[in-house]
Design a protein around this ligand. Sequence first.
Ligand code: ASP
Length: 291
Amino acid sequence: MADRVIVVHGGCGNPAAGVVRDEASYHRAMADALEAGSDVLEGGGSALDAVQAAVQSLEDCPLLNAGRGSVLTADGGVEMDASIMSGADLRAGAVAAVTGVRHAVALAREVMERTPHVLLAAAGAERLAVSAGLELCDADWFVTERQRERWMASQGTVGAVALDGSGHLAAATSTGGVGGQLRGRVGDSPLIGAGCYADDAVCAVSCTGSGEAIIRGSLAFEVAALMRIGGLALTEAGDGALRRVGALRGDAGLIAVDAAGNVAMPANTTVMHRGVVRNGGPPETAVFVTD
Ligand code: ASP
């Protein structure tokens, strides 16, 4: 079997000094997600199943801004965006502004597998969740005391990218958006080419950070384009694409893996929760960008 790699992130940001409390629990959240993804890959499963398993684990973690624990909209609710993409055939699925679905990434997968569309929003996406038999939760279940108190600002998004033993790549991203966003606001996370992209010929990318700047800079696609058209290596492509978003005043980070198993995890913020596992080995996790 060729090399297997799973990489995850739990969002980036610039929290005020001393605000990253209980750092160990973030390392644990990354390690749990890596284990979920790695178990799939080591069992001979696909990169697509691995990124979905990893992101579902992160969506369930109340510390992170996706699924349960999502940030609150201006009117105190939770609206989630998610996407998933298969590098083997460029199939993709995504959902925007959904409520009440435990795993938005699973619903994005349903859009990809069961519909002729790429992106379904709001009530239409929720109807698909019901017909697909996905787990539904009361609106209140997603709202944690922690988010209600808003004691931690700018905790963004979760995502995963993977390379499986057959040489296929996949990416997935899931978020509650940005705190206080207008109802109906959709960020980069469900937009293929912005917050998520995968192409076996180049790389798989999942982004986090200022959604509007990431959309304008087409961050995930820019990484792939700098490699495919520009001939850059993964690290240089990731850095170059991020600089462009930085020039748009975007705070952002991304995780990426290429077809050779190289990994890049750049961010222009002080914090990006992230981690990687290779070939079922021990998880390497980090919180601060300088780690
Ligand atoms: N990119 C996400 C959004 O704009 C938020 C984040 O990653 O912090 O919806």
